[in-house]
Design a protein around this ligand. Structure first.
Ligand SMILES: [Zn+2]
Length: 255
């Protein structure tokens, strides 16, 4: 059984129109749990009810750095964080890829959400792009635990975050032909610190590249990862399930 630890099923403030089809393809592909992440502040109000309506669906709530300037406290309430299906805070972080003019606002948004996670005793799902140094420095000042989602960074950064107890998440990018360096990183991450995600609708793995990604495709990423690690797919899926439950202790899977 696979778990998709990070996907987006809300687009532009609305649940995707064909969600029931997407979910039934996921369950048919032996996906036994799905964690829906937020990015847009509008996702935060919608996602708890969305996941509560389906068995073995969970959520992380958070505001992506592209919305820097927003006051997270006005969007993410203690009640939302206490929802039984809300298992973490994410995705949150820093993204300097498109420039650096709003760095201070990004850092403020990131730090306020790290604090919320600490108070609520929840793990965080971190998005970081071209911002490894600041991410490390900010996490270094916090006692929070969590995962680096859709990891594409350097081994050095992965190693430092592993030392802080973080998990590293593999997306469909590990299946891409030109991603040898990322596969190399995932050959070195300790087996008990890896989790897998689709980051749907982005980053569809081979052989689905170029199409809209969906949780059913998580199996393709796990197969490549098993190859990278030289282990059997069933042994890896068992380990990934254990890792996901350790990362997100609030995730309560039903039989
Ligand atoms: Zn995401």
């Amino acid at each position: 059984m696979f778990i998709d630890t990070h996907c987006h099923l809300i687009d532009d403030g609305h649940v995707i129109a064909d969600m029931d089809d997407v979910l039934s393809r996921a369950w048919d592909a032996d996906v036994g749990g799905i964690i829906c992440a937020c990015a847009d502040p509008r996702d935060v109000a919608i996602v708890p009810n969305l996941v509560a309506g389906h068995k073995n669906m969970f959520a992380t709530v958070g505001i992506h750095p592209e919305y820097a300037g927003i006051d997270a406290c006005r969007v993410i309430t203690p009640q939302i964080l206490a929802h039984p299906r809300v298992v973490g805070v994410g995705e949150i972080g820093l993204d300097y890829h498109y420039g650096s003019e709003n760095r201070a606002a990004q850092i403020k948004l990131f730090e306020s959400q790290l604090n919320m996670a600490l108070v609520a005793r929840l793990p965080v799902a971190i998005h970081t792009r071209d911002a490894e140094e600041d991410t490390m420095a900010i996490i270094g000042k916090s006692n929070v635990g969590g995962v680096l989602h859709c990891f594409t960074g350097s081994w050095d950064f992965a190693r430092k975050m592993l030392d802080r107890g973080f998990y590293i998440s593999a997306s469909g990018i590990v299946t891409f032909k030109n991603a040898a360096d990322i596969r190399d990183t995932f050959s070195r991450v300790p087996m008990d610190r890896i989790v897998v995600e689709t980051d749907s609708p982005y980053c569809a793995p081979v052989p689905h590249r170029g199409t809209r990604c969906e949780p059913a495709f998580v199996a393709d990423t796990v197969r490549v990862l098993a190859d990278v690690r030289g282990v059997r797919v069933d042994a890896l899926t068992d380990q990934l399930l254990k890792n996901t439950c350790a990362l997100y202790p609030k995730m309560n899977l039903e039989k």
